[in-house]
Structure formats: C-alpha cells, structure tokens
Design a protein around this ligand. Sequence first.
Ligand code: HPA
Length: 276
Amino acid sequence: MMLGLAKQIDEAAAFVHSKWSGTAKAAMILGTGLGGLAEQITSKTAIPYADIPHFPISTSPSHVGQLVCGELRGVPIVAMEGRFHFYEGYSMQQVTFPVRVMKALGADTLVVTNAAGGMNPHFELSDVVVIDDHINLMGDNPLRGINDDRLGPRFPDMCEPYTRELSAIALQAALELGITAHKGVFVAVAGPNLETRAEYRMLRGMGADVVGMSTVPEVLVAVHAGLRVLGFSIVTDICLPDALEPVDIQKILAVAAKGGEKLSRLIPKVFERLGR
Ligand code: HPA
C-alpha cells in the first residue's frame, strides 16, 4: 500500500506538470474562508482537484477545491484553494497526499493556514496566530503504516516542526503592517463537533492557545518530507469555557474572511523575504 504511494505522487505531479511548466519553491494551504489569497497569485494555472490523479474530492462549504499554480511576489508557488479534512471521512493519507505532491513539484517550504477557536484569553476575534508548536489529539497519524524511506524517515523529529526563522519573519512583517499577531500552540482535534466546555478547559490546561480540526496532519507529512513550515491560525470564535456562546458556521466564515484579508497582506510580505 505505502510503496504504491511514491508512484501515485509521481503520477499526480506529472499531471500537474502537463498543465503548468513551473517549478515550485513554496507550497500553501488555504483554510476555511481563507481562499482570498489565491487572487494574488499571478501567471496562474488553476487545476480542479477532481482532474488530478489520486486526489480526493473536497466536500466542505467555502472550499473551492483546486490547485493554483503560479507566482506570489515572484516566488513560484503551488497553493491549495481548499483542503481535505479528516472529519469529512478521508483517511489521514488522503488528507495529506497533496502535500507530498507539492513537494514533488519542487516546494521546500509549506505555508499552512486555518480557522481556529481561540482559548488564550488575550486573543480576540480575527486575530492572527503564528503557530509556534502543536499538539496532535486527532487520534490518528498520516505516517502510520509501512514507511517508505524514499519519502522520509521512520521516526521524524518534532523538535521544531514550525521553522523558527519563518515565524520570526512573519511576526516582524505583522508588526510592520500593524496587524496584531500572537505566537501560539495549536491543538488539533478530529471534529466535526465543536468542543464542550470541559474539553476547552482541558485543552487550555494542556497548554494550547488555539484549537482546530486540520493542519497537524499536513504538518506531520511536511516535516517527514523535509519541508520548512510556517503556520497561521485566524481566531474565528472565542472559546472561554466559563463564558461560552453557541457559534454558527456563518459567523465563523464571516470572521475568517476578516482574518483572511489580514493574511492576504501579511503572507505576500513574508514571500518577499523568503529567499533571503
Ligand atoms: N474548535 C475546533 N475547531 C474550530 C473551532 C473550535 O472552536 N473554531 C474553528 N475551528
């Protein structure tokens, strides 16, 4: 099963190359409500996921479901406009397959974004969080199974999954743009339900600042594949266990759009400095 993976990656990458002749430097995953950044990609070719061999098909609301290849501030990029979530029923291998393909297309850096619940009481709606570290509570792992040593090591190191140098560039760029950005620990849960008050209390007690239902699988595979990683969360709901209010997905999407506008200013500025 796993040894067939390398072949599937090659086939998917070859298909993308038949539509786009570039070589990627960076890969990007745009999370729920955060697709606006794709508009800034120039000289672009958009390829629907459904056309790419071995890609799963996105079912989530507000997720477009295409691979956008082009340039962002002169940096060749492949970007996922819409991601695959574990809660949609995909396996961890399906959720992370596109990361393998983006690496095969040449990317050495992954920028990943998501909408998340804010548990740190200092965080406000639509704030940007630069992910400093994570906790995997999804109950599964994309690296489980036979390891293909050509793709990465059996026991990948996790002492610095999010590249400090990139986080520092992002925090500095946010400061220059006047965008509030915090450093924080992201905890991933399987979803699809939001958390109970007792769960938010537990997650906060564990040391997490934000909680979401994505990102960790893709980052685990990115680290396995040797990619540098920069992660952003947008705080789309405030999760204080003693003052918890019901959230609805429309409200989360509206706040994500506001945060997405900030990332659309911040991430291009990071890209200007990527090569340095
Ligand atoms: N919990 C989990 N995932 C989320 C949340 C949340 O509160 N908000 C956005 N994604």
